[in-house]
Design a protein around this ligand. Sequence first.
Ligand SMILES: NC(=O)c1ccc[n+]([C@@H]2O[C@H](COP(=O)([O-])OP(=O)(O)OC[C@H]3O[C@@H](n4cnc5c(N)ncnc54)[C@H](O)[C@@H]3O)[C@@H](O)[C@H]2O)c1
Length: 267
Amino acid sequence: MEDRRFDGKVALITGAANGIGAGAARRLAGLGARVVVADIDGDRGKVIADEVDGLFTHCDVRDPEHSKAAVALAVERYGSLDLIALNAGISTGFGLGDDFDPERYRSVMGINLDGVVYGVHAALPALRESRGQIIATASMAGITPTPLDPIYGANKTAVVGLVRSLAPSLVRDHVRVNALCPSFADTAIITPFRAQLDATNLPILEVSDVVDAFMAIAQSDGTGDCWFVVPGRESQPFTFRNAPGPRTATGDRLPVDPGAFATGQEA
Ligand SMILES: NC(=O)c1ccc[n+]([C@@H]2O[C@H](COP(=O)([O-])OP(=O)(O)OC[C@H]3O[C@@H](n4cnc5c(N)ncnc54)[C@H](O)[C@@H]3O)[C@@H](O)[C@H]2O)c1
């Protein structure tokens, strides 16, 4: 039976002019969604927007006003916002010594972390109305150490932490928030270190594999999940080990696990 879940739904995707975001735009549009392509790359962004019969908006995710304007456009033109994919991102570069540079750090954080925070902030009022969802593109670099690009590892880990921490407080609003965590995928972002990757024989994901996982998240019921995407395995939410909670002086178990405060669950 044809999947009608996205028919008429409204999606806004940052970084949708290329790579994973463009793939997600095409897939959602193919299922009947109205798509807003938000990117700094106007040339490619307009091509993708035309292809998906959607809208392009120039949006630099470092500027919170741009995120607000992109959300306003979606709501004005299409009537609501059901899904925001906070996907725009860049890599810091490869190689520890050369790249551990505070200026570079600030500029990359501005896109990979601030851009997600501003996108969440801009979209929440509309998502509360629609009982919609947020999918943030983090990375496997947010789940595993990334010695070759520590700043990227830091901002993607921050996105994972943000998603996991934000989810419980949005449950009452019926807004879901999840993270997409791919390993290396075949997009322009890996071009600068493609030769090094090829030399390691590390399998590289096709964009369609990542989009499959994106769609699995979009169709899931979960929230606060960080879905790994690696070659040869079915994508699923990554299972984090429970962190140890405090013990009382007598060794008694505390009545409530600190981690349960957000959800109100009994320990
Ligand atoms: N390709 C991979 O190996 C890989 C792995 C894990 C995570 N990711 C993440 O996937 C996301 C998408 O990257 P991709 O692989 O499709 O790369 P890509 O380079 O093909 O696409 C990134 C898009 O983000 C846009 N962008 C860059 N800076 C922007 C800004 N300030 N404001 C708005 N848009 C901006 C670019 O114009 C481009 O269209 C990124 O967050 C990236 O970190 C990629």
